[in-house]
Design a protein around this ligand. Structure first.
Ligand SMILES: *Cc1c(COP(=O)(O)O)cnc(C)c1O
Length: 374
């Protein structure tokens, strides 16, 4: 079976974890601090705070900027539900925004039309490792006084006009889930240049406690969103490999795009001039007349794991029920949800495997059995 993604880990991670275990110091400490320093340097921000996941990172950001009941937060409709769930967890309202099909990122017109006097923040998703068009988003956020939190879960190493994702908004959030640029199994990171937000994040990440000599003083009702030393040690080793992983994936993505570019039945992923893509996921858009789910099943039968791109939130039962969205309220997002297909792509994917993926996909798309029934 060709897997969708295989993490790029080895002896180095194993040795680093063994060292932590033998030290007997397992919770957030020196290793996490070193991992944070590596990420802050890489992204180019003053601060980086490790968290237990990108979801807790996003939630911590909303708590730190004081998002609360009645506030509205703009979120792209085409994303993993975590981006919007964290808004609900703060008793605020996620306002779903349509995307552009060419990039799978926020549609700027729809974004502006949904700003109200209750809007407090926007969470642009750097979709599959491709930055949204951040300049107009920043202009709107300035004009209307909105905080910008980048959901850069898939975008460690992605750039927008030369600037690293995570260093563009007020806050950036990364994931170290096994399908992202680098992995610690589970894990996340917040990046920021803001002294005020950094202090708040640091406080809320660990129970709201401040150490005063022999004990803590609890200054806020915080969380435990810390990362362990075991994960931290793994993160340090992964950061050393980050550029290698990304350049291997870039080469593979370029080659895969070339091999697929002649096919009329799909669109290859776009990399606008402003961006450097990480290809966290290599997502193609199938033509309307192709039954995407049948393609996934046929690929699987041939030993190739593929999946959808991601979810249209307004079509998910919770958002439809709680926020009264009608099916197709976000046209491009619905199209992306119905027609996107993620192909396997990871640093160790071989040429033979890639050729097999391309040939198999070509054969399946030429099969009349995958034409959508009207
Ligand atoms: C993976 C992902 C998340 C969640 O990250 P976790 O670390 O698994 O919590 C959030 N948003 C997007 C866009 C993602 O791809």
């Amino acid at each position: 079976m060709i897997r969708l993604c295989v993490p790029y880990t080895g002896e180095e991670e194993l040795a680093a974890i063994a060292e932590v275990l033998s030290s007997g110091y397992l919770t957030q400490g020196q290793k996490v601090a070193e991992f944070e320093k590596a990420v802050a340097e890489y992204v180019g921000t003053k601060y980086a705070f490790a968290t237990s996941s990108c979801t807790t990172a996003l939630h911590l950001c909303l708590a730190a900027i004081g998002i609360g009941p009645g506030d509205e937060v703009l979120v792209p409709d085409f994303t993993f539900p975590a981006t919007a769930n964290v808004v609900v967890q703060q008793c605020a309202v996620p306002i779903l925004v349509d995307i552009d099909l060419a990039t799978f990122t926020l549609n700027i017109k729809d974004l502006e039309s949904k700003i109200t006097d209750k809007t407090k923040a926007v969470i642009p998703v750097q979709a599959f490792g491709l930055a949204a068009d951040m300049d107009p988003i920043r202009q709107l956020s300035k004009k209307y006084g909105l905080a910008v939190i980048e959901d850069a879960a898939c975008a460690l190493g992605a750039r927008y006009k030369g600037v690293q994702c995570g260093a563009i908004g007020d806050l950036g959030c990364f994931s170290f889930h096994p399908r992202k640029s680098i992995t610690t199994g589970e894990g996340g990171m917040i990046t920021t240049d803001s002294d005020v937000l950094a202090a708040k994040i640091s406080l809320l990440r660990s129970h709201g406690g401040v150490r005063r000599q022999s004990r803590f003083s609890f200054e806020d009702a915080g969380y435990n969103y810390r990362l362990s030393e075991i994960h931290g040690a793994m993160g340090i080793e992964q950061m050393k490999k980050c550029d290698r992983i990304l350049s291997l994936k870039h080469k593979l993505a370029t080659s895969l795009s070339e091999k697929l570019s002649g096919l009329e039945k799909l669109k290859i992923p776009n990399q606008p001039n402003y961006a450097r893509h990480t290809y966290q996921s290599f997502v193609v858009l199938l033509n309307e007349d192709i039954d995407r789910d049948k393609v996934i099943n046929h690929m699987y039968a041939q030993g190739i794991e593929t999946t959808i791109g991601t979810y249209a939130l307004h079509l998910q039962p919770y958002f439809a029920r709680a926020h009264n969205y009608l099916p197709g309220a976000m046209f491009n997002s619905k199209a992306a949800f119905d027609r996107s297909l993620t192909l396997p792509l990871y640093a160790d994917l071989s040429d033979e495997e890639m050729n097999f993926i391309v040939e198999t996909l070509k054969n399946i798309l030429n099969d009349k059995g995958v034409v959508r029934q009207q």
